[in-house]
Design a binder for this molecule. Structure first.
Ligand code: GLP
Length: 251
């Protein structure tokens, strides 16, 4: 089964047991197959997502409200609308706020008041970032403003008409915030992610590779295709583990 479908099935299983689950979603190209597969399940009637709640992982600072590449717009377009949900099912940090630290604190509080994230879907940056926690982010960090690396701005330039339009600043759930989600699911595909995946999964645990913080989480799942798995020293062991995984365990 392809990674997108595998994760969509795990989300569907979660929603069958907890119809109002809070799903943390990531942007970027990688998770799109998850959202498409989940929307297909909803259309086919194999899962009811009508009470699901969706929350955002990160956001650009300073893009005008309604900008098509603000992560709020992307999540509404790619996740909320295809699932047949309304904007009232959705929460995210305010990237247009005058008082950015207050907006960050408000988002952390809102997540807590919503009961915490049940399943947080993550991608990974080529530099090992999760959300927009760039290398050397504190492993205990809360939602806050970050400055993007040149690499990340270049990686994300494809979404904008001109590279200089990519904002320098972002709001991201902190690594400490992300680690509070009950289940973390990181999806990585393609050879461009192989180095970051190997460093995240096989360590060492280091702020230099923010995704290595998943090693601290009691329930973290990393889903990769063969290309993204290419640099894993323990790939054979991981394959055997997955093949022998008890069915009751889920993802
Ligand atoms: C951005 C997002 C991340 C995402 C990363 C990788 O930086 N803030 O959440 O994981 O891009 O994106 P892609 O999946 O397109 O490679």
């Amino acid at each position: 089964m392809a990674g997108g479908e595998l994760i969509a099935e795990a989300v569907a299983a979660l929603l069958r047991g907890k119809p109002d689950a809070l799903l943390g979603v990531a942007t970027g190209s990688t998770p799109l197959p998850v959202y498409q597969a989940l929307a297909a399940q909803v259309r086919a009637g194999s899962v009811d997502a009508s009470r699901a709640r969706i929350c955002q992982l990160d956001e650009y600072v300073g893009l005008p409200a309604g900008h098509p590449e603000s992560y709020r717009s992307v999540v509404l377009r790619e996740v909320v609308e295809p699932l047949g949900l309304g904007a009232d099912s959705f929460m995210g940090p305010d990237g247009t706020a005058e008082d950015v630290p207050a907006a960050c604190a408000a988002y952390d509080s809102a997540l807590r008041e919503a009961g915490g994230v049940d399943l947080q879907l993550l991608g990974i940056g080529t530099d090992g970032h999760i959300g927009f926690n760039e290398p050397c982010s504190s492993l205990a960090s809360r939602t806050r403003i970050k400055t993007l690396t040149r690499q990340t701005r270049e990686d994300n330039a494809r979404f904008f008409e001109r590279p200089e339009e990519v904002p320098h600043h972002v709001i991201t759930q902190g690594i400490g915030t992300i680690l509070e989600a009950r289940h973390l699911v990181l999806l990585a595909t393609g050879a461009g992610k192989a180095d970051a995946v190997a460093r995240a999964v096989e360590g060492p645990l280091t702020a230099l590779v923010p995704a290595s913080a998943l090693q601290l989480h009691p329930h973290a799942t990393v889903v990769v295709d063969e290309a993204a798995a290419a640099q894993l020293a323990l790939a054979d062991y991981f394959r055997a583990t997955y093949a022998a995984k008890p069915h009751w365990q889920g993802l």
